[in-house]
Ligand binder design. Structure first.
Ligand SMILES: Nc1ncnc2c1ncn2[C@@H]1O[C@H](COP(=O)(O)OP(=O)(O)OP(=O)(O)O)[C@@H](O)[C@H]1O
Ligand SMILES: [Mg+2]
Length: 226
């Protein structure tokens, strides 16, 4: 069983696009894939359930019949930093709560689980805790999405080094290039040398999950670790 955690250089950097299309790519190879979006902020209340677009996008591609509440147990209506939303709601988000939700995901006995983070690597939960604490607790394999734009090398290296310093494996990275960037090739080359993990997909402007799912080289994720 492989358990992947999708993080990124920033919010809006392409985590959902990558997580949903990677889910679709594995499903297309016949795998059972369960998805998890532990924390979201920015939801609509539908039939008494706070429904987040990322959770819906993941649910659409996965194939384990998971409910939205299972996929996204911690949901806030307002699109703000989750620890602030939690403070306003007078609740505490704990790593244990997120790990308990993950055990529910594991109960699906899928071949692969794909968890989408929130924001970037060091997302605060409040009370001195971070979402990265959960990733450490569960020892998930990390896939880093880099939104290719000026300034991304710094963001990518800070994220990569923080993940490695947390003792976790970055098993792959994705270059997400929705817009033109001067010297894109040179920037990608730099990261290919600096990040000791394969570039598993390179996205230009993407119109659909169907298009995106074909861009992964899944063999890079199934190779034994060096
Ligand atoms: N390569 C791309 N081509 C076209 N649109 C893209 C591309 N990458 C991202 N987008 C669009 O940019 C927006 C942000 O992407 P996405 O939702 O995947 O980011 P995210 O990292 O999951 O954000 P969040 O932190 O809110 O979860 C979405 O509307 C998405 O469709
Ligand atoms: Mg997202």
């Amino acid at each position: 069983m492989s358990n992947y955690f999708i993080t990124a250089t920033d919010t809006d950097a392409g985590k959902t696009l990558v997580a949903a299309s990677l889910t679709a790519a594995f499903v297309a190879t016949g795998k059972r894939v369960a998805v998890y979006k532990p924390i979201s902020a920015g939801c609509q209340l539908i039939a008494d359930v706070l429904v987040n677009d990322d959770a819906l996008a993941l649910q659409q591609q996965a194939n384990c019949q998971q409910s939205i509440i299972d996929i996204n147990p911690i949901a806030f209506a307002e699109p703000i930093a989750p620890h602030i939303a939690a403070l306003k709601a007078n609740i505490a988000i704990t790593t244990e709560q997120i790990s308990a939700g993950f055990r529910q995901i594991l109960a699906n006995q899928a071949d692969i689980t794909i968890t989408e983070g929130a924001g970037g690597w060091r997302l605060p939960l409040g009370n001195g805790h971070y979402l990265s604490d959960f990733v450490k607790q569960q020892q998930l394999d990390v896939i880093l999405v880099v939104q290719m734009k000026l300034g991304c090398l710094n963001h990518a290296m800070l994220s990569y080094q923080a993940i490695v310093n947390d003792g976790l494996n970055v098993v792959a990275w994705v270059a997400n290039c929705p817009a033109e960037m001067p010297y894109l090739e040179e920037n990608i080359s730099y990261l290919q040398t600096a990040i000791k993990a394969p570039l598993v997909a390179r996205f230009g402007y993407i119109d659909s999950i169907n298009q995106a799912k074909q861009l992964f080289d899944l063999s890079m994720l199934t190779k034994p670790k060096i």
